[in-house]
Design a protein around this ligand. Structure first.
Ligand SMILES: *Cc1c(COP(=O)(O)O)cnc(C)c1O
Length: 407
């Protein structure tokens, strides 16, 4: 019996895989980019389109509580990131939510003029900060700090420290508790981007005393392409938090159609326009795969899957040619990044063999581990295929060398 079979038998999350609709003959190592499809989403999509929209039309806002979806779904996400109810709302995209939070945070510390972040943050995080700076006076600036030593670079002019917890390329994971404490010591507000955290491992926002967070739901939360994002505002900040995208859905009484904007007295003041109900209902169904489980178990399985992948790579003699670009197990999220000069072509050849991973410029082969639907046998198969590709130099074929628009 192979070691993968034994590990799969011992896996306490093994049953979760049956909640997903996965294509056959595929090993999906890209759940960190677009999560797989939970079967419950199919029924939810049909129900919301056919019965709610089709049959009940506008009455659905009350009858099917469409109006409460952003809060209801937000609280469900909150349970997965250590936020008690009333602090998370589901809406818009990470990019838009970053703009809201950064604007609000800047306003909360008017004497401070710096937004601090890391150079290798996900580009949209930096672009959005720069866009906001273009509206503020010249005295405002963005400062790039070294992600390997955040705490030592904090100073009194920083209003908000915007960090992505897990570096999308390397997988390096920041310690939210320690960094938040260091920031608070200097009077700095923290904004955490949980794009590669939520649904992948345990996050404890309340316990860490975090101020703000944003995240998307189409990665490890499996909400589907372009599913709505979320935003967390710690309860203690909600009354003072003012964001400028003051659309009517964030009003305290949107259906009073008042001439004055009065923000809702909760995290719901982050809402802007009418929510995409279809996508949010599908996301709501997707989150049901997390019922009756514990993020600690998911985190534990992720660590085991990663260790198993690395052990198999070593066993095939591939550990030398694939340089691990991720830090040690305790300091990384649910992914492994390897640098290899032929990473792009190898990834294409792997995909051709039914193993889907992705490539990130300049030379990173990125392997994501979504513990709810990956088996150890899948990892064994994936590494076997990788060994064949490398040993037979299949990746040199011209069809694998052509670069697609989306990598
Ligand atoms: C995926 C990702 C995003 C995506 O932002 P959207 O506005 O939802 O498209 C943002 N930040 C990080 C760190 C990401 O990994």
């Amino acid at each position: 019996m192979s070691d993968a079979v034994v590990l799969d038998r011992e896996d306490v999350l093994a049953d979760k895989r049956s909640l997903f609709s996965l294509p056959s003959n595929t090993v999906y190592l890209d759940g960190n980019s677009l999560g797989a499809l939970p079967t419950a989403c199919k029924q939810a999509a049909q129900a919301v389109v056919e019965h709610q929209w089709g049959d009940d039309l506008i009455t659905s806002w009350n009858k099917h509580q469409w109006i409460d979806l952003p809060s209801r779904v937000g609280d469900k996400i909150g349970r997965l990131i250590g936020a008690k109810a009333g602090q998370v709302v589901c809406c818009d995209t990470i990019s838009t939510n970053l703009f809201k939070v950064l604007s609000a945070a800047i306003k909360m510390s008017p004497e401070r003029k710096t937004i601090a972040t890391t150079k290798d943050n996900f580009p949209t995080d930096i672009y959005m900060a720069e866009g906001l700076l273009s509206l503020l006076g010249d005295e405002y600036r963005i400062q790039f700090i070294d992600e390997n030593d955040v705490a030592s670079q904090l100073h009194d002019d920083i209003a908000v420290l915007m960090l992505t917890q897990v570096n999308f390329r390397s997988g390096r994971k920041q310690d939210i508790t320690a960094v938040t404490a260091a920031a608070h010591e200097k009077g700095i507000l923290t904004l955490w981007d949980l794009a590669h955290s939520a649904g992948a491992f345990a996050v404890h926002l309340d316990e860490a005393n975090a101020d703000f967070a944003v995240g998307c739901t189409y990665k490890y939360l499996n909400g589907g392409p372009g599913s709505p994002a979320f935003v967390y505002v710690a309860e203690r900040h909600q009354a003072r938090y003012q964001q400028p995208l003051s659309g009517w859905m964030g009003h305290s009484t949107p259906f009073a159609f008042s001439h004055e904007y009065t923000p809702h007295d909760s995290v719901k003041r982050n809402l802007c326009g009418t929510p995409g109900v279809i996508g949010m209902q599908v996301l709501d169904a997707a989150l049901s795969v997390f019922d009756n489980t514990d993020m600690a178990l998911i985190e534990d399985k992720s660590a085991k899957l990663q260790a198993y992948f690395l052990a198999k790579l070593e066993a095939h003699g591939l550990a030398e040619s694939f340089t691990l670009a991720s830090p040690a197990a305790a300091e990384r999220g649910s992914q492994l990044a390897f640098s290899h000069p032929e990473a792009y072509a190898i990834c294409q050849a792997w995909i051709d063999k039914g193993v889907i991973a992705d490539f990130r410029a300049p030379d990173i082969l990125r392997v994501g581990f979504a513990p709810l639907y990956l088996r150890f046998a899948d990892i064994e198969h994936a590494v076997n295929e990788l060994a064949l590709i490398v040993n037979n130099k299949t990746y040199l074929r011209s069809q694998y060398q052509v670069v697609n628009d989306v990598t």
